[in-house]
Design a protein around this ligand. Structure first.
Ligand code: PLP
Ligand code: SF4
Length: 460
């Protein structure tokens, strides 16, 4: 009989690691933006100025394509043109992001994939895709406030962002209408009247302790609006916790470095909250380690010095962060700049970005690979935001998962007891047998019923 390996011998002591291999500490430095012809003469002072970043942010497809002339092949340009023609999301790209994309390899670049669509990679939407797949509107007692969970609510304060992400779950509301909007986008303007209705609703619901201020993006709130929302919410006695959600640090860290008015307004709300024994934090949205540079660290160090807690929510995207290497590096680098990795979302069913989605199986495998690489409190929870308003469920917690049809079934007993919620893997990643079944519309209801029956049987 073979003996079991002995695990606690001295030879298992870990050898020291060569610091040069600790890639999460190697942040991009220097004037990397000068690689872009349009920014070749831009000084560091200018590039770090948030006003310059905002003014130079590209919001027209032809301007973007013009900035890329000479950097990429004509084939890529026409591919991007076709991509934008078909895209449900408007274009908005900061110079910072543009400068972080590797234009030598634009097809593979993880930042390009998130912001610049290509005609050649478009895949048909999943047949089960619906506008507002998360039912944020169905769970909204007042326009722009989603009250789904018992003690927390989502306040959609505005509908603009510093950039527009292709994969945005709120493309039903966020950003200007595009050629592809078959429905006009829902309007969520930053207007006082609408906010008043929301403050009143929150004030009349004693169970609401936790308010997520999102949109759109808190970066696009003016300093006085940050103060207004922060103060009004903190003054409601039962509100104990607030988060300002913003993608800003990932796409324009310059604002944290140079927009003192906005920065101080935010810090003042955090400090006011602390004086009242309430918690005010920032939730941000980094998806790839390349989004974290030495400029990011400067901005985040400033927040950290003021005692502002920052947590991160990523969206799992194919070709962006669906490899073990990318996800591990993202998690370690976030922790290195004092951002706590909080969630990784399995990509919602969103129009026009099917090639960015991946499977529940990929998410569970990545979770296993990431857990154990660093502190548990810096290990994100991988979740599916259950279509139909079930809320966030840990990806491993499905009642049933069929890898052939790509259907997973979740329950949310604390949110909507007794209901089943379904998530659908993208068809192009299913085995042939699954793709064949989805090709036949008569099979759709059958596959769903089978999955529900199995989920039900697993529980009894
Ligand atoms: C995500 C979300 C929240 C906050 O949920 P946490 O799990 O506490 O981060 C609140 N309301 C809605 C509608 C949400 O989608
Ligand atoms: S920043 Fe957030 S809300 Fe705005 S487009 Fe991107 S994902 Fe959507």
């Amino acid at each position: 009989m073979e003996s079991l390996p002995i695990v606690n011998e001295a030879r298992n002591v870990r050898p020291p690691v060569d610091p040069a291999t600790l890639m999460h500490r190697h942040l991009l430095e220097g004037d990397f933006w000068r690689r872009i012809p349009a920014y070749a003469n831009v000084s560091e002072a200018e590039f770090l100025d948030h006003k310059w970043q905002m003014k130079q942010t590209i919001t027209k497809v032809d301007k973007l394509l013009a900035a890329l002339q000479g950097l990429v092949s004509p084939g890529f340009i026409s591919d991007a043109e076709a991509g934008f023609r078909a895209a449900p999301m408007a274009v908005r790209v900061s110079p910072y992001l543009l400068a972080l994309i590797d234009w030598q390899a634009p097809y593979e670049d993880p930042l390009r994939r998130q912001f610049i669509p290509l005609g050649s990679s478009i895949l048909p939407d999943h047949p089960k895709l619906k506008f507002d797949s998360l039912h944020e509107q169905a769970d909204a007692p007042v326009h722009g406030l989603t009250h789904r969970y018992p003690d927390k609510a989502l306040f959609l304060a505005l509908d603009t962002c510093p950039v527009y992400c292709r994969f945005c779950t709120r493309s039903y509301a966020v950003g200007p209408d595009t050629d592809q909007g078959e429905l006009e986008k829902l309007s969520l303007k930053a207007t006082k009247g609408r906010w008043e209705d929301i403050f009143s609703y929150i004030a009349t619901r004693p169970e609401l302790e936790d308010i997520v201020v999102s949109g759109g993006d808190s970066y696009n709130l003016r300093a006085d609006q940050i103060t207004e929302i922060g103060t009004r919410l903190l003054d409601i006695p039962h509100v104990r916790r607030m988060r300002f959600a913003t993608k800003g640090p990932a796409v324009m860290p310059q604002k944290l470095v140079s927009d003192d008015e906005w920065f101080q307004a935010l810090v003042a709300v955090v400090k006011r909250g602390r004086a009242m024994a309430k918690e005010v934090v920032v939730h941000t949205h980094f998806n790839h380690p390349n989004e974290i540079t030495s400029i990011t660290k400067r901005g985040l160090d400033r927040l950290h010095a003021e005692g502002v807690v920052v947590r991160n929510q990523s969206v799992l995207q194919r070709g962006v962060n669906d490899s073990v290497e990318a996800m591990q590096l993202l998690v370690k680098r976030l922790a290195y700049v004092n951002v706590q990795p909080y969630y990784v979302y399995v990509h919602d069913l969103v129009k026009g970005v099917e090639e960015l989605r991946t499977t529940v199986d990929t998410a569970t495998s990545l979770e296993k690979a990431v857990r154990g690489t660093t502190a548990g409190f810096n290990t994100p929870t991988f979740v599916v935001d259950a279509p139909g308003g079930g809320g966030k469920r840990v990806v491993h917690s499905y009642e049933h998962y069929d890898r052939t049809t790509g259907i997973s079934v979740f329950m949310a007993p604390s949110v909507k007891p007794g209901q089943y919620f379904l998530y659908f893997d993208p068809l192009h990643l299913l085995p042939d047998a699954g793709q064949r079944r989805w090709a036949d519309p008569a099979e759709h209801t059958k596959m769903v019923q089978e999955a529900l029956d199995k989920a039900h049987a697993n529980r009894h």
